[in-house]
Design a protein around this ligand. Structure first.
Ligand SMILES: [Zn+2]
Length: 453
């Protein structure tokens, strides 16, 4: 595994250097000149004697992950910024947006300020989501004054760190208040009533197993909540990001709403809905695949992939990096040889790590296979997220932040548990292999994973 392994960084705070003759997402070859933390030229003439040869590489704007759970403050045994950031850089990420549902939730302005101070300066760019509660609407109008706050997060159902709002009227009020405050609203859309009904029905029949997860959080659970969110969005005109859509039926509902003229809807999906399916919930390692929303059927996974390849449906692929402690939270005592400590369905935490694997999974399946253009890949992994977050120059551009990721298209990758830098210490994609390798990442002008000539 290339990338940041702790200690391979070449800090170049004010230096000028170049990535020469590298392939841009547009298909043009160029030399990218970096000074300090900024891109100062994208052109054809090389001037610096400090450079990297990019002639065998493709370059993209650093990946932007609008949905991560770095677990601080309060759940440091699951993950910390100190463990997650190296994993992010190794995976090509240069910006992350941290969710509010840590043990100490980001649901007051004081908690937001405390989190900003706690996280402090990091080698990558960062934003924080503000958690909606039933009573904190009055805070939303202040959020734009925090440069590091990216918007409000609404949970319509139970998940890790329970902060759900199930009442339609309150959901509407959250949306209307966000619209007034001109704040983006990210929505975890699952219908709690239907989820509980499925849970109760199955519980009455037998003891639950992890394979039941996709029946409890079935397609309808997501679809009903997505349709409700779309209805409320139409009334309130609030800009919304529908998080981690997992079912093609949900994407089709969004597509219909957009066809009917609805604007201001952004769609996120995650690799677990493109590369994993509910068959994984039946195996010995099932706990390692339990996530919210649940994995879907193989057929739905294939359809999700097809729809994501279209240029007009999914805006961002982030990964909902949601690490847990393998032993304590998942009941996986040891990876090799696999040793499981079986526990009841509801005592297995939901959430998967993804930082180090997402970019290459998507690259291999979409770009290397020829299914999408490099430009669409750049949009899905970075540029659209930058636009949604309001970055002035989300692409590779003069004046943009020097946040880049280079991929070697000739090299191959194989993911292994033991190479993962996240505290989760495993990957649901162990053994997955394919084309492409992260050659290096540039985050805030600093180079990781390569040496200058
Ligand atoms: Zn999440």
């Amino acid at each position: 595994m290339s990338g940041y392994q702790g200690g391979t960084m070449n800090q170049m705070t004010d230096a000028t250097w170049e990535i020469r003759d590298v392939l841009l997402p547009t298909g043009v070859r160029a030399t990218i000149r970096i000074q300090g933390k900024k891109i100062v030229a994208v052109g054809f003439t090389s001037l610096c004697d400090r450079y990297l040869d990019g002639s065998n590489l493709e370059i993209y704007p650093g990946f932007r992950n609008v949905h991560v759970h770095f677990r601080q403050p309060g759940w440091e045994y699951k993950e910390t910024w100190a463990t997650a950031v190296p994993a992010a850089i190794a995976g090509g990420y240069t910006l992350v947006c941290s969710m509010p549902n840590a043990k100490i939730q980001t649901t007051t302005l004081q908690a937001l300020e405390d989190k900003i101070i706690l996280v402090g300066d990091q080698p990558i760019d960062k934003r924080f989501w503000y958690g909606a509660t039933k009573t904190n609407h009055a805070d939303y109008k202040y959020l734009r004054s925090y440069a590091q706050c990216c918007g409000v997060k609404l949970y319509t159902s139970s998940t890790t760190g329970d902060m759900k709002i199930v009442e339609r009227e309150i959901q509407r009020y959250v949306m209307a208040t966000c619209a007034d405050a001109r704040v983006l609203l990210a929505i975890h859309a699952q219908d709690e009533e239907l989820r509980l009904r499925n849970l109760t029905r199955l519980q009455a029949q037998r003891e639950l197993v992890i394979a039941d997860h996709c029946k409890i959080q079935d397609t309808e659970v997501e679809l009903r909540a997505v349709i409700q969110a779309l209805e409320l969005q139409k009334e309130t005109r609030c800009a919304i990001l529908l998080c981690h859509l997992s079912a093609p039926e949900s994407l089709e509902a969004v597509d219909r709403a957009r066809q009917a003229g609805q604007t201001g809807i952004y769609v996120e999906t995650c690799p677990q809905y493109l590369f994993l399916n509910s068959d994984f919930l039946k195996g010995e390692f099932a706990a390692g695949f339990k996530c919210n929303p649940s994995l879907r059927s193989r057929k739905q996974m294939k359809r999700m992939f097809e729809l994501t390849c279209r240029p007009d449906i999914v805006d961002v692929i982030s990964d909902d990096h949601a690490p847990h402690n393998l032993g304590q939270d998942k009941g996986i005592v040891r990876l090799r040889p696999l040793e499981i400590s079986p526990r009841p369905y509801d005592e297995v935490a939901s959430g998967l790590p993804g930082l180090q694997t997402t970019g290459l999974l998507v690259y291999n399946s979409m770009v290397a296979s020829g299914k999408v253009s490099r430009f669409h890949f750049a949009n899905l992994m970075s540029i659209n997220a930058g636009r949604i977050l309001g970055l002035p120059r989300p692409g590779i551009d003069v004046g943009a932040d020097a946040d880049l990721v280079a991929i070697d298209p000739q090299a191959r990758h194989v993911f292994r548990h033991y190479e993962m830098l996240s505290k989760a210490g495993y990957t649901p994609y162990d053994g997955f292999e394919g084309s492409g390798r992260i050659a290096f990442t540039v985050a805030q002008g600093a180079l990781y994973g390569a040496e200058l000539k």
